[in-house]
Design a binder for this molecule. Structure first.
Ligand code: WTA
Length: 652
């Protein structure tokens, strides 16, 4: 067994904040022995409080919990102001644009730019503490300023990924009752301009909208429509703004942001994160998991539209006073050497990306890393989906030169920050394994029936048995959904515990390997997608009678989307290719390109039980092209399985 493990590089261990397994266990055991003492001490030390908290953890209304109640702080102050004494001329953000431009913004400049932005929102737009602001932006510096400006004035931001459609944007605006949208005319992708503002226009065009004002940052200078009295130019308004702005004094449990994510049923959920607990864990995990040092340059390739971008491009790195790279471009453009060229040119020390990106870079440019000097790298991170051993090995050897720690970080939008991950100077690593819970996180794999911890080798449900500071606080506006979604499935010692939705397994060392979702959520290129959402979009096609969507293993994306569609009639419709195109167009309108189907098959019916429940397990097996071994005798029409089997066989 030991030969599978890679011991930490002694050079890293020597300098690391957590430099041995003894230290790891010391921390984890101290959390177990005195949970509130552990978290209280870190909160006191890491956060610059305006007023101290009274209580570490209040579980009296569980699963609604309060952390550091009574404390007063401001997250933008934590990320910027408190660094000015010692780091004012240090680069806070290094922006690398799609067309190659590089701009370093110091902490002092960040302070000024965020304050000006915050003053604009306060003075010109009347944004107040608690107001919701939707940010629909490309990966440009103004997006970072917008996020931090909201935090400074206590507005609750809700970032919507720039790849989502007008319909998806509209849903999120309505659910959050946002008063303001911040966007850009567009940006650049692969050196060509693309547009965002028209999507916002479309999202606001029909029906009642809560949005009063739209702020438009000029990025690519393309023509956009302008709605008088609603649309305002950032570039014009920002010019006269003051460079100081009093930070709003926030309570620990005031909301900081919403981020919509897919669940197994219904519409996306507005995951609500609050101030103190979130920023504490964002900062602590940055320090522990990436072990960023004062002079290091850290780069996470995510988009700010996902939780990884929130916690590990903006909040975590800035809270600890690090230099964070923000990349607008596409990592394979102009070629698959692009990321390695950036690593070389900026001497990047920690690099964080998704398995999908690693697989694509491996496939498109296996030898590219060898062409660059990557000796600055110390820690390589992965996130978003299980990584396969082949991709892991290439990352470790070709990119990391067999000397870097690979941190396979397991977490979710709802957890706010990492929960299971190796520590670069301490944990012996195993390919494609997230290893151990971080200190303070009581993550356990439980048997859903008994609530007991499972034995090594037996699969179970990945749960967290105690609240933790950066946990989701609520599903925006829907307390019942919060309770049902996360605390409904598993009980330990009779008490509901947080269930992640993922399956996992221990090895004989107690290491955790995540095996994937147990629910109807699929993971396409590390993007979480509810099959129910895709089905709802497809059902909007007038000729669709029924549909079932499942995930299918995909060489590069991890999972692809496989749709089984039953048409109402064959009459009056064009050929199948036309039909697929029409359905995909609807998906594009309803959700966005990220939800397009990889496979679509028109079937006469779906395998259903006599009570009408669609047997998704069977559909998953069929999508893989495997023989169905499940019992089909309880189906309303068992012959349908064979029919679909033959149809899929024929297509292949
Ligand atoms: C999956 C992304 C295996 C998991 C931060 C989880 C992973 C979902 C890993 C959350 C990992 C994330 N290994 N699976 N290291 N990290 N996942 O909310 O299924 O976009 O539930 O957050 O991604 O996706 P989300």
């Amino acid at each position: 067994m030991l030969k599978e493990l890679y011991l930490p590089n002694p050079e890293l261990a020597k300098e690391a904040r957590i430099g041995s397994m003894e230290q790891y266990w010391y921390l984890q055991n101290s959390a177990k022995n005195d949970y509130e003492g552990f978290w209280g001490a870190f909160a006191q030390k890491k956060i610059d409080w305006f007023e101290p908290f009274d209580k570490v953890l209040d579980e009296s209304n569980a699963p609604f919990v309060k952390w550091f109640d009574g404390g007063k702080l401001n997250v933008a102050y934590q990320c910027i102001d408190r660094h000015l004494d010692t780091r004012k001329n240090k680069a806070a953000i290094i922006f690398v644009g799609d067309r190659g431009e590089e701009i370093a913004v110091t902490y002092q400049e960040l302070y000024r730019n965020v304050n000006k932005f915050a003053n604009l929102l306060r003075e010109d737009f009347g944004v107040k503490k608690g107001d919701r602001v939707v940010i629909y932006m490309p990966m440009i510096l103004e997006a970072a300023y917008a996020i931090l400006a909201c935090a400074r004035i206590g507005a609750v931001h809700s970032i919507v990924f720039g790849g989502f459609s007008a319909e998806a944007l509209k849903d999120r605006i309505l659910d959050a009752e946002a008063k303001v949208v911040i966007t850009a005319d567009g940006a650049y992708r692969k050196s060509k301009p693309y547009m965002l503002k028209p999507v916002v226009d479309k999202a606001l065009e029909e029906g009642d909208t809560p949005v009063e004002k739209v702020l438009v940052v000029e990025r690519n200078g393309e023509d956009v429509e302008w709605v008088g009295g609603r649309d305002y130019s950032y570039n014009e308004l920002i010019a006269g703004k003051g460079i100081t702005c009093e930070p709003e004094v926030m309570d620990s449990e005031d909301p900081l942001f919403l981020l919509y994510t897919s669940g197994s049923t219904g519409k996306p959920k507005g995951v609500q994160h609050n101030q103190a607990g979130y920023i504490l864990w964002a900062q602590m995990t940055m320090e522990w998991v990436f072990d960023v040092k004062e002079n290091d340059t850290y780069w996470c390739t995510a988009d700010i539209g996902w939780i990884t971008g929130h916690t590990y491009i903006i909040y975590g790195p800035l809270a600890m006073g690090a230099t964070t790279v923000m990349f607008e471009g596409v990592i394979t453009y102009p070629d698959a050497g692009r990321p390695w060229q950036i690593v070389e040119s900026l001497s990047v020390n920690q690099f964080y990306t998704a398995p999908t990106a690693i697989r694509v870079l491996h496939k498109m440019g296996e030898d590219e890393p060898g062409k660059y000097d990557l000796s600055s790298l110390k820690v390589l991170g992965t996130v978003g989906e299980p990584i396969d051993p082949t991709a892991w090995k290439w990352y470790y050897e070709a990119v990391g030169g067999s000397k870097c720690a690979i941190v396979d970080t397991y977490w979710q939008t709802e957890t706010g920050g990492h929960i299971v991950s190796p520590l670069p100077g301490a944990t012996p690593i195993k390919p494609a394994c997230a290893t151990l819970p971080l200190p303070g996180i009581m993550a356990e794999i439980l048997d859903p029936e008994t609530g007991e911890k499972v034995e090594p080798g037996e699969g179970g449900y990945m749960c967290i048995t105690r609240p933790w500071p950066s946990q989701i606080r609520n599903v925006w506006g829907d307390e019942a959904r919060y309770v049902k979604s996360y605390f409904g499935d598993v009980k330990k010692d009779g008490k509901p515990v947080y269930f992640t939705g993922d399956g996992a397994v221990y090895d004989e060392n107690g290491y955790i390997t995540i095996t994937g979702r147990t629910d109807d959520v699929i993971n396409v290129s590390g993007h979480r997608m509810g099959t129910a959402e895709v089905e709802a979009a497809i059902k909007k096609h007038e000729n669709v009678a029924a549909v079932a969507v499942v995930g299918k293993p995909h060489e590069l994306k991890g999972e692809g989307i496989f749709a089984y569609v039953v048409l109402k009639s064959d009459e009056g419709v064009g050929d199948e290719i036309e039909e697929v195109r029409a359905i995909n167009n609807i998906i594009k309108q309803e959700i966005g390109n990220i939800a397009l189907c990889d496979d679509m098959i028109f079937v006469p019916d779906l395998p259903k039980t006599r009570s009408g429940k669609i047997m998704r397990r069977i559909l998953r097996t069929l999508a893989k092209g495997e023989k169905v071994t499940q019992d089909t005798s309880t189906l309303e029409d068992p012959s349908i399985v064979e029919t679909i089997e033959v149809m899929i066989g024929r297509e292949c």
